[in-house]
Design a protein around this ligand. Structure first.
Ligand SMILES: *[C@@H]1O[C@H](CO)[C@@H](O)[C@H](O)[C@H]1NC(C)=O
Ligand SMILES: *[C@@H]1O[C@H](CO)[C@@H](O)[C@H](O)[C@H]1NC(C)=O
Ligand SMILES: *[C@@H]1O[C@H](CO)[C@@H](O)[C@H](O)[C@H]1NC(C)=O
Ligand SMILES: *[C@@H]1O[C@H](CO)[C@@H](O)[C@H](O)[C@H]1NC(C)=O
Ligand SMILES: *[C@@H]1O[C@H](CO)[C@@H](O)[C@H](O)[C@H]1NC(C)=O
Length: 370
């Protein structure tokens, strides 16, 4: 959950947004929905197409056509999927991030940190089994002259946000990937303020978080208008001139990337409670490690592979402020029952223990930490 304010007015803005969400819907500038776990496995059709298993563990949601290879020029997720773990049936995109492992300071073995459902605007839980929450945002705010039009992605489009090699502050790109250490009272609603604001850190929280950890991945909002992918999966898109959350910064895309696309954002809720014993965090020890070996959290990243049916996403975005907003778009898109979304799962293609039930000797893939 996020509220559009990074200032001391956060609480007021939060209240206003909540009231709006419940009463006259449609004034918001984003759609937001839950996607349940499709599969947790070592597959990455974006960075390591053709490799099974790929080097590190991912938690994946969306259409069940997710596969080891998904060639942008031939692979058609809406055609190939028979179900989606996301709440809108038209959305067979795939969304994935790295898993987090807890490394026991006592004996060095690993367990995967479970994920949990996110909250709705009204404080109840989304019908979500693990997975993540997706946002598609247009430029926010009432400043006059802002063009709120966004152009939905074209078939084959994919992108990556964040940099798995980072282990320290990144000064080159805006603060768009972050972690929030949730208080117990924030375990459902995620707390006030904008995503990746001063309540968030690019690194892992350095203390146990009673309400769990919310990881946020904000993707770029400007596209070169030509390429559905690029060799590094990043350079065909860029952040708006004003910073990470282009949604707050209006519609100013640079000339190199002039097309304002819907800004995609993920929220991933990690249930860290079973690892919150102070003894695991003593003496500045931070026991969490990303599945690609990052013990800092700076390397957090997310992968996006567009797969909306026909023009469904465009219709949703064009209906913002009218019949769509926040968690409501049921006049434009087809909502499936939460249990059907939860029921859309896939078995692992390279079968292995992901460390949900057992303590593992190493992170799957024998990933080296550092
Ligand atoms: C992956 O794609 C191949 C080739 O199209 C197909 O034969 C296979 O059934 C797919 N696997 C899964 C698990 O969807
Ligand atoms: C390793 O440590 C964890 C927690 O620190 C514990 O639950 C687990 O049983 C330990 N495993 C062994 C083999 O001692
Ligand atoms: C919260 O919103 C959901 C979805 O609209 C609705 O089904 C549920 O009844 C609401 N719960 C409360 C307590 O308002
Ligand atoms: C807003 O941008 C879209 C797409 O770039 C363009 O087609 C439209 O004419 C613009 N609207 C205004 C009012 O400038
Ligand atoms: C990272 O950068 C921020 C400002 O961008 C600064 O406040 C912080 O101290 C830096 N942290 C480290 C570990 O360098």
């Amino acid at each position: 959950m996020f509220y559009v304010s990074a200032s001391s007015l956060a609480a007021v803005a939060a209240l206003l947004l909540r009231v709006r969400a419940q009463s006259s819907l449609g004034s918001e500038d984003f759609i937001r929905f839950g996607c349940s776990q499709l599969v947790v496995e070592r597959t990455d059709p974006l960075v390591n197409p053709g490799y099974s298993p790929s080097p590190h563990m991912h938690q994946i949601v969306g259409g069940n056509s997710f596969n080891v290879t998904m060639d942008p020029s031939t692979f058609d997720p809406p055609q190939t999927s028979t179900c989606t773990s996301c709440i809108y049936k038209e959305d067979t995109s795939n969304y994935w991030t790295a898993s987090i492992y807890f490394r026991s300071p006592e004996n060095g073995t690993f367990k995967r940190v479970p994920q949990k459902a996110n909250g709705r605007m009204n404080g109840t839980l989304l019908p979500q089994d693990g997975g993540l929450t997706v946002y598609y945002m247009r430029p926010f705010g009432g400043a006059t002259g802002i063009n709120k039009t966004t152009r939905a992605f074209t078939p084959g489009f994919r992108m990556l946000a964040g940099d798995p090699t980072l282990r320290a502050n990144n000064t080159k790109t805006p603060f768009a990937i972050c972690h929030r250490c949730l208080k117990e009272s924030e375990g459902i609603m995620g707390g006030n303020g904008a995503p990746c604001d001063r309540n968030d850190t690019p690194y892992f929280p350095k203390k146990p978080c009673p309400g769990g950890i919310r990881a946020t991945v904000i993707f770029p909002s400007c596209w070169d208008g030509v390429n559905v992918d690029s060799p590094d999966h990043r350079t065909h898109v860029t952040y708006a001139q004003e910073g990470g959350l282009g949604a707050l910064a209006g519609d100013k895309c640079p000339d190199s990337h002039p097309v304002r696309i819907p800004q995609v954002m993920y929220e991933i809720m990690f249930d860290t409670r079973q690892f919150n014993d102070e003894k695991y965090w003593a003496d500045g020890n931070q026991p969490l490690v990303y599945s690609f070996g990052d013990p800092t959290g700076y390397g957090a990243h997310g992968d996006y592979l567009f797969g909306w049916k026909d023009d469904a996403l465009q219709r949703g975005m064009d209906s913002l402020g009218k019949t769509c907003g926040s968690e409501y778009c049921d006049q434009v898109l087809t909502v499936q029952d939460g249990k059907d979304a939860i029921g859309c799962t896939k078995s692992q293609q390279a079968n292995e223990d992901i460390g949900d039930d057992n303590w593992l000797e190493s992170i799957p893939g024998n990933v080296v930490i550092g």
